[in-house]
Design a protein around this ligand. Structure first.
Ligand code: PGA
Length: 253
């Protein structure tokens, strides 16, 4: 059965003290109140990873993730962070291809394919983001567009490796806007992507891949979204910065 995952994308928020406080709160509330088997992934800025890792109890369902990695293994790439470095501080998940990175840092499908391979080589689970702009949705071509993003970056993977990927569908028009996709819109996309994966690989493989929804997911709408057959959790931005909201979302399965 595929995993239920709620991943918090802190983006460029929280200084060190604030990051420590937020992580401690999440750990404590989850320990006392989280009754399901959901995996919680905390994705703070790189600079906090090493310290926050030390707070996370070994036997908990909380995992450490990063928001990015570089697409080359090592070398003269000033300011970048490699998958080996991430692995060495206990990172287990890495978000790649977030729409903010695609847009502001010109990340390409090819670079994302490289990142995916490097992450899998060191045993880190990629959380591969995809999603369409409002213009594309209004053109009616959103399903094909997002399927194409997945094809371009992931479909070179072997049948074994594709099953190690987590996909996060995040319509750009819903990110940070307070405008969530309806559960019907999200379910339609998730089901379409699963079928798309099944056509290239197999139905069984497609059934094993967790597909998360992201974009203004919050404690009020998470239950309805997570109740959909093909939605396996969420990638949470704004609401992941408040421990209580983040845990309430994780309790929504
Ligand atoms: P949001 O961000 O929840 O604040 O809309 C989601 C994301 O960008 O991952």
């Amino acid at each position: 059965m595929r995993k239920k995952i709620v991943a918090g994308n802190w983006k460029m928020n929280k200084n060190f003290e604030e990051g420590l406080a937020l992580t401690s709160e999440i750990i404590n509330i989850a320990k006392d109140e989280l009754k399901n088997q959901a995996i919680l992934v905390i994705n703070p800025p790189f600079i906090h990873l090493n310290s926050l890792q030390k707070l996370i109890p070994q036997n908990s369902n909380i995992r450490l993730g990063s928001q990015n990695c570089y697409h080359q293994k090592s070398g003269a790439f000033t300011g970048e962070t490699s998958v080996d470095m991430l692995k060495s501080v206990g990172v287990q998940y890495t978000i790649i291809g977030h729409s903010e990175r695609r847009e502001y840092f010109n990340e390409t499908s090819e670079q994302l394919a490289q990142k995916t391979k490097l992450l899998l080589e060191v045993g880190i689970t990629p959380i591969f983001c995809c999603g369409e702009s409002l213009t594309i949705r209004e053109s009616g071509k959103h399903l094909e567009y997002v399927a194409q993003q997945i094809t371009e970056s992931l479909f070179d993977l072997s049948t074994e490796d594709i099953q190690k990927i987590v996909i996060a569908y995040e319509p750009i028009w819903a990110i940070g806007t307070g405008k969530t996709a309806s559960s019907a819109q999200a379910q339609e996309m998730h089901a379409y992507l699963r079928t798309h994966i099944a056509h290239t690989y197999t139905q069984e493989i497609a059934e094993n891949i967790s597909i998360l929804y992201g974009g203004s997911c919050n404690p009020q709408n998470a239950k309805e979204l997570f109740a959909c057959a093909d939605i396996d959790g969420g990638l949470i931005g704004g609401a992941s910065l408040k421990s209580r909201d983040f845990i309430t979302i994780a309790q929504s399965f």
